[in-house]
Design a protein. Structure first.
Length: 76
């Protein structure tokens, strides 16, 4: 499962990032690290961007970037 298919208010663990080294480094600088919890807050109307919460920070990603982040959904 990838981050782009997570529904609003669902929480997941990051299990892998399948992206270029440049994009991985950018994600790392924002705190996207394997094993970290991530929560989807919302999507834009056309689902081209999404807002996520990560370690008490909000980050907005393009949908194509979110597709590179593999997750495992957590049931609360």
């Amino acid at each position: 499962m990838t981050l782009d298919v997570l529904k609003d208010d669902e929480v997941a663990l990051i299990i892998d990032i399948d992206a270029s080294d440049e994009l991985k480094n950018r994600f790392f600088s924002f705190g996207f690290i394997k094993g970290r919890k991530i929560k989807k807050i919302s999507s834009s109307l056309r689902k081209s961007t999404l807002m996520v919460e990560l370690e008490n920070s909000c980050v907005i990603l393009r949908a194509n970037e979110a597709k590179t982040i593999k997750i495992q959904k957590i049931t609360q």
